[in-house]
Unconditional design. Structure first.
Length: 367
């Protein structure tokens, strides 16, 4: 009986010792976890700074020649002679197409003979009126016949002139759309004529940006056909009325002496504004998600450096940096490398930001 009692006491003692050991080890494990037994994540940090950043208004536009027109006939007629080739450079006033004028020339000869006769009749009537051989009404009729014949000649000469189709300005002819001997109706297109020594870029901006668009602003154009080049233009015109789509229309002009740019090309336009102080961070600091743009902000928590995910509102991008409109302040430190391993509240250890110190791998970063 006494042996059973001792066995029972020993068993109780062992159980209590086991429970004590379990709680001791569990508390140690918790303390170890809370005290950062897991190594801090190594990240690169960058400081939020204020810089004077050029403000940019971005848009998409279409190029248009400074002068371009579809050359058309003003009058009906058959093509007698064609004086240009597709793609040919022509000068203002140069004859492009001559329509047949045989009928008009014959009519002109008849009217000129009629005019000569009318002038002689009027001259005789002036001599006879003084001797009262004819009435004033007869002399007026002779004068009217002369003037009407002159008007018919002028009208016919204008028609003959219209049958010589000339270039309205200097430029380059497009693809010819007619053939010799073809009969043309009035308004028939012959070919496009384009003067693209200067190019216009037509673009639109949201009406909220209308007050920021000014005549004379510099514009940088990027063209898909020339991905390595940038073209400089100047805002030359602004539509005074807002369109029904709630946009303002603008136009920029640029020289095109080498004629690389062609009407109809699409362009990306960056309209330059004056520089303004803005908070900027490296683009690598931004985490883009479906829920918005965020950064990991590094901050001290007692004797540890931890990170916190912060939502930010972004502005323009400039030379691998992005403007932060809200969410950060100057002097904040943000993670620019290693974000994929992070979550809110994790402890981090800063390493050298090789983007900012490419030659300073031995420098110990500031915390």
């Amino acid at each position: 009986m006494k042996n059973n009692k001792w066995l029972f006491l020993i068993a109780i003692t062992l159980i209590l010792v086991g429970v004590a050991i379990y709680f001791y080890l569990n508390s140690r494990s918790s303390e170890t976890h809370q005290s950062g037994a897991y190594p801090p994540v190594k990240v690169a940090l960058s400081t939020v700074v204020e810089q004077n950043i050029p403000q940019v208004l971005s848009s998409i536009g279409e190029l248009e020649a400074i002068r371009q027109v579809k050359v058309s006939t003003e009058i009906t007629g058959m093509i007698k002679q064609i004086y240009f080739q597709s793609g040919q450079a022509v000068q203002q006033g140069q004859i492009l197409i001559q329509l047949n004028t045989d009928v008009e020339q014959a009519q002109l000869g008849r009217l000129q003979a009629k005019l000569k006769q009318a002038e002689m009749a009027y001259h005789r009537s002036k001599l006879l009126i003084d001797s009262h051989a004819i009435s004033r009404a007869e002399m007026d009729t002779a004068l009217a016949d002369r003037d009407m014949t002159r008007a018919e000649i002028q009208q016919l000469q204008a028609s003959i002139k219209q049958k010589a189709i000339r270039a309205p300005f200097s430029g380059v002819m497009g693809i010819r759309q007619v053939h010799q001997g073809q009969y043309l109706e009035a308004g028939t297109g012959i070919a496009n004529l384009v003067d693209f020594r200067q190019i216009l870029a037509n673009f639109t901006l949201d009406e909220q940006l209308a007050s920021r668009l000014k005549i004379g602003q510099s514009v940088q154009l990027k063209i898909d056909a020339f991905p390595e080049k940038s073209f400089t233009a100047v805002v030359s015109a602004i539509e005074p009325m807002i369109t029904t789509s709630r946009t303002v229309q603008g136009q920029a002009i640029l020289n095109n002496h080498d004629q690389q740019l062609k009407p109809g090309m699409y362009a990306k336009l960056d309209i330059q504004e004056s520089e303004r102080p803005s908070l900027v961070v490296p683009e690598t600091a931004i985490t883009y998600t479906a829920y918005g743009n965020t950064v990991f902000l590094a901050k001290q928590d007692h004797n540890k450096l931890i990170v916190q995910r912060v939502a930010v509102v972004l502005g323009e991008r400039h030379q691998a940096k992005v403007v932060v409109k809200s969410g950060l302040k100057a002097g904040d430190q943000v993670v620019v490398s290693g974000q994929l391993k992070l979550s809110d509240g994790m402890q981090v250890e800063p390493t050298v930001n090789t983007l900012e110190h490419p030659q300073s791998s031995s420098i110990k970063p500031k915390v």
